[in-house]
Every structure is written in structure tokens, then in C-alpha cells.
Design a protein. Structure first.
Length: 431
């Protein structure tokens, strides 16, 4: 079985859980005999961890001499992209303007596509102000790949790649599986962007099968997008086995407890609740510091709120952390908190548990469906969250119980098992 898979990011060039999940899943799929994955990203940098897949960068596929065939969804997308500025995973990056352009007829609409001298479309691979334009261009390249590569099934990760998957399907006639890692209802708190919703729904309708990362997300897909439940399957994420990093310097700069929030500082992740919880805990104990690691559109607002509450002397904002810095932060932490308002899954608690850190997660997260040895509270329940933090920090037996049982539990969550369930979804289509 050959899988043509479309993603938007791949380690080490990631800005959130999407790239991490794609890497883990492809690594798990690589262990299945007679199953090969071709993984496509908008921009290949050359240093990706592609030991388990054949990685292709859309930025390296010439399109100027190709006969592009697409469906009508590109027409709508080209009309939507002007002036749109989205921040789906990280703060927007600046795009580089390149010289050269070609004219193509896309589903009856004459469209200008900018290329370089080699006929290649330039991609930032980020989430900047021309995001819709890059999504449309990505689907053009997908149309080329769909007509030239040998594969049995198409797998597209998240809304950014649904048009690419649809384009490849329209050219090849091969079945399409889409993987819903999040919906705009999660990212926006219900105030959805109509353009994003339209792409999401079009991808779901076009898909032969839909994989969701939790039953929470499956329910949203069925109820909010009107999708037939019979084609929606839940496959939970997992976590890569931790590699002990002896060279990491994890000595705390102070002899105090550390409570950590690590993720995008945006409404979906509930950072404001973490600030309020910190204020409440600090009223009861002083030998504790709180860390908010990450970047996002709410960062400045969170800094201002911490200052207004008078807790900045006990609160640290690190900015975005990547690579070994993430695990260095885990190793220094005594409690990890994920107060997400709407979290389709949530891999970071699993990483924290691997690192011997007790975790507190919201009931409004997909990972809460499978974890038994984590404290679960409603994201808005500041009192319960503060009580949980205080208890773990002040009662050694409680800390030890959650640490030991949590690590044992998470070690059983392997990507190989998730990959086998994905393979079953593939087979349900192909057979």
C-alpha cells in the first residue's frame, strides 16, 4: 500500500502539535510491512527528520510546464485569500516576494501564479498573511503530484491541506482520507472564520473517510459540519518514546517549585485561566514559581494581567521553546498544567508525564478521554485547579503517585498502535 500524505510542517520545523503528530504517525506507519508513505510539505528545508518517509517539498516541484487540472474549489479560495490574516498555530511570519509568474486556467478561472526562473512556486511554509494564497498554490502542486506519482490512497492533515488532498483526488481518482487534528470551532471558541469553515466542510464532504483525534472532535465534525457518522473514525494520538538527554542542564536556578504552562498563548489554550490560578496559589504558598512557555496573540495581554495582579516576581514568560529546551523545561517542572478551553487532543501532557511530571488537564481535551492518572478539571474552575496544584506540591505521596503511575500509563501509548488503526481506516476504503 502506497500513501500520498499532505502535511503543512515536519520536524524540526514545527510550531505546534500538528508537525509532531505527523512525524509520530509516519514513523509508526513505517513499521507496518508493505506500507510506504510519501509525505509532502509546502516547503522542504533539507534537514527534516525524514528517516521513515519519502519527503517532498512542494517548493521543489516545477509547475510552469504542467497541464494543471483542478476542481472548482480553487476559484472560491482565490477570491477569499485577499487581505486575510490568520494565526492558526503561531504568530504570522513575513513572506518573501519572488519574481516571475505564470498564467494558468484553474477550473475556468484564469489565475496568476508567481514562480521563480525554474518554474517553482515559492512557499514560506508558515502561517502568514498570504496563507490562503499558499494553500491554493499547494493544491496546484498537489494536482501535479496526483497525476505523476504512483499511490493507492491520499491522506491530508488538517484544513490547510484539505484542498491539496481534494486536488490530488480529482486528478487521480484515488480515495481521500482527511485527518482532523482541530477545527476552527476549537481555534476560535465558536466564532468561526467563514472561509476556514468552508474549506473544512468541503474537505469533509469530499473525503471517503475522516479520522479525528478524539471523540470530542468526532462529535464536532458530525454535529457542526453535518457529516455522516459512518465515515468518521477516532484514532487517538500517541507520544514518541523519550530519549534520555544526559547533556541537558536541568538544574533549577532556585530552590522552589515550578508549575508550567507550555503551548500557544492563544484563546484555545486557556492561558488566562493559568494566570488566575497562579495568583490564587501564590496567596497560599510562596515557594513556587509559574512559567508560561510559548508565543501567541495573547502574550502581551497575559503579561499585562500578571503585572496587574502583582505576581510578575513569581511568574516567567519564556517565549517559544523548541527542541531540547522543551524537555529542559519539563525536567525542571514539578507540575504541568493544560487548561485548554477546547483541545482536540493534546500531546504535551503525554510528554510531561514521560518526563516524570504530574499533569493537570481540562475535561475539555481529547487526551482526557484516555488518561486515567492525570488530574482533570473544567478549564474555568480556578478553585479546583488551584487546589490540585497546591495538593501535588505539598503532599509528597500524591506527587509520587501521579508521577509513577502517569509515566507507566503513557509508556503504553505508542504510535505503532495508532498507525495500525489508521491502516484499518485505509483498508476500509480500499476494500
Amino acid at each position: 500500500m502506497k500513501v500520498l500524505m499532505f502535511g503543512w510542517e515536519f520536524p524540526p520545523h514545527i510550531s505546534g502539535g500538528l508537525g509532531t503528530a505527523c512525524y509520530g504517525l509516519t514513523k509508526g506507519l513505517s513499521k507496518i510491512q508493505n506500507l510506504d508513505v510519501i509525505f509532502v510539505v509546502p516547503k522542504a528545508h533539507g534537514d527534516e527528520q525524514n528517516d521513515s518517509v519519502r519527503l517532498i517539498g512542494a517548493n521543489r516541484i516545477p509547475v510552469s510546464s504542467k497541464n494543471i487540472k483542478t476542481q472548482g474549489f480553487l476559484k472560491k479560495m482565490n477570491l477569499l485569500e485577499v487581505g486575510v490574516r490568520l494565526i492558526p498555530y503561531l504568530s504570522p511570519e513575513q513572506y518573501e516576494e519572488k519574481e516571475g509568474e505564470i498564467t494558468m486556467n484553474l477550473a475556468g478561472l484564469e489565475s496568476k501564479i508567481r514562480t521563480n526562473a525554474e518554474g517553482l512556486i515559492e512557499f514560506s511554509g508558515g502561517y502568514g498573511p498570504k496563507l490562503f494564497h499558499e494553500i491554493a498554490n499547494y493544491s496546484v502542486v498537489a494536482s501535479v503530484l496526483g497525476g505523476e506519482l504512483d499511490f493507492d490512497i491520499i491522506h491530508a492533515h488538517d484544513w490547510l491541506t484539505y484542498p491539496a488532498g481534494m486536488a490530488a483526488k480529482s486528478v487521480s481518482g484515488k480515495p481521500l482520507v482527511i485527518h482532523v487534528h482541530a477545527t476552527d470551532f476549537d481555534r476560535s471558541g465558536g466564532n468561526v472564520n467563514p472561509a476556514v469553515y468552508e474549506i473544512e466542510k468541503a474537505g469533509m464532504i469530499a473525503a471517503d473517510r475522516i479520522i479525528t483525534v478524539s471523540n470530542l472532535t468526532r462529535k464536532i465534525v458530525i454535529e457542526k459540519y453535518g457529516i455522516d457518522p459512518s465515515k468518521v473514525f477516532t484514532v487517538y494520538n500517541a507520544v514518541e518514546p523519550i530519549v534520555e538527554k544526559e547533556n541537558l542542564n536541568v538544574n533549577k536556578p532556585f530552590d522552589e517549585k515550578i508549575v508550567t504552562f507550555l503551548g500557544r498563548i492563544t484563546m484555545q489554550k486557556g492561558p488566562e485561566y493559568f494566570i488566575e490560578v497562579a495568583h490564587k496559589v501564590l496567596q497560599k504558598m510562596k515557594n513556587v514559581r509559574f512559567v508560561m512557555a510559548g508565543s501567541g496573540d495573547m502574550l502581551n495581554k497575559m503579561i499585562a494581567r500578571a503585572a496587574k495582579l502583582g505576581i510578575t516576581d513569581r511568574f516567567h514568560f519564556t517565549g517559544f521553546l523548541g527542541g531540547e529546551d522543551v524537555y529542559r523545561m519539563y525536567y525542571m517542572s514539578d507540575v504541568y498544567v493544560m487548561p485548554s478551553v477546547s483541545e482536540p487532543f493534546g500531546i504535551t501532557p503525554l510528554e510531561a508525564m514521560q518526563s516524570n511530571v504530574p499533569v493537570i488537564i481540562s475535561h475539555q481535551s481529547g487526551v482526557a478521554e484516555i488518561l486515567h492518572h492525570a488530574v482533570k478539571v473544567d478549564f474555568w474552575d480556578i478553585e479546583a485547579m488551584a487546589d490540585a496544584i497546591y495538593g501535588i506540591l505539598n503532599y509528597p505521596s500524591l506527587y509520587t503517585t501521579f508521577t509513577n503511575l502517569g509515566k507507566s500509563e503513557v509508556e503504553g501509548l505508542k504510535w505503532e498502535n495508532s498507525a495500525l488503526k489508521v491502516k484499518e481506516v485505509y483498508e476500509s476504503v480500499l476494500n
